[in-house]
Design a protein around this ligand. Sequence first.
Ligand code: DLL
Length: 433
Amino acid sequence: MYQPSIETMGREELIRLQSKSLKKLVENVYHTVPFYREKFEELKIDPASFRGIEELEKLPFTTKSDLRENYPFGLFAAEMEEVVRLHASSGTKGKPTVVGYTQRDLEHWSTICARAIITAGGRIGDRFHNGYGYGLFTGGLGMHYGSERLGLTTIPASSGNRMRQAMLIDDFKPRGIAGTPSFVLCLGETMIKLGKDPRKSSVEYGIFGAEPWTEEMRQELEEMWGIHAVDIYGLSEVMGPGVAVECWQAKEGLHLAEDHFLVEIIDPQTLKPVPDGQIGELVFTTLTKEAMPVIRYRTGDLASINREPCRCGRTHARMSRVKGRIDDMLIIRGVNVFPSEVEICVLSQEGLSPHYQIIVEKDGALDKMTVEVEMTPEFAQQAQKDSQKKIELRRKLAERIYSMLGLNCDIRLCAPLSLPRSEGKAVRVVDLR
Ligand code: DLL
């Protein structure tokens, strides 16, 4: 462990610590962020008498639209001279959301990412190939500073240029790799195309996140590379990568950095907390951020929480894999569909590769879902000789999807390497409605 005294802290002590930080935070944002001052006044919250975690539910939520409405720096709690770094979301709808960090925030973030790398299986002395994109996206720089904090030999590969990355892995021999699961999958594919077997590479563990992925995709990556593949979660509004990470020993949920982030799971309709173990929306309050703290930030991500200590010895609560985002949920002919459910069906069907896309369009008055998926090269070869095989495979996948979702869909089998490859976050859904 990187910080054993914090990572194995008893729950009572942890809650005391969180409560103390929360009280300080409430006082601080009241005096520094007009947005929170107004909200507190509306809700008649007096920061001076706020008692801590027991009163958490009285505090207002913060949403992505609050960030947009206060673009770019309206929610900053620190003076601009103290803000030493900005990051921003890609902003597919209108303005991006902007986040800021003070020097101390960056210190904390590096420590949190260093802790995450060790949790994921990293060791002092490793070489670390960082395939997250560098730039306004938090993935690249976040993991970079975590790796340097540990003193690892850090390779800032960024995303893209797979041929070059394949060569770097061959030559630099990293023990750890990080990137979006879809990108590292494509990188493995490129290595194979170049006649290099990723299983024979030096890589022993991979830290994958920034997009939803499934247990089936984990298996695919672990087999392809011969590695431990662990899940890392985070979001810019709260900090970036490192908010939670799986341990390589158990891979049973992602350990939340609870000394820095207070987690809640709520029912997105009623906004009330749901019991541990039940899926709901993840909500975070930052406990140590200076430049842009957030109170009860509604992430839109769906997961559950488990507060039992883990067999790796860590006591911080664990979140489940993210099932999807509330706004990623497709409603097709009245049926709720998460792209991850389609991924489970695709990856558990022999003959198919993990490269797929879901197309949703109007067919007259009705919605129509088509799953485009690449065949494996072996299957495609066999199917050339026997066209019946493709009909059979299409039927099998459609049946799997029907039994998972209760929804009929069309299947389009595509040639190997024909679908677009992602360099950062994969685009799984094309909604043409
Ligand atoms: O994606 C931060 C990050 C970088 C996390 C590298 C992990 C590794 P944003 O670009 O702000 O930040 O996107 C945050 O991505 O709300 C989730 O919807 C999704 N996401 C992040 N990690 C995971 C994950 C980074 N492990 C949004 N599983 C979040 C599923 C994830 N979704």
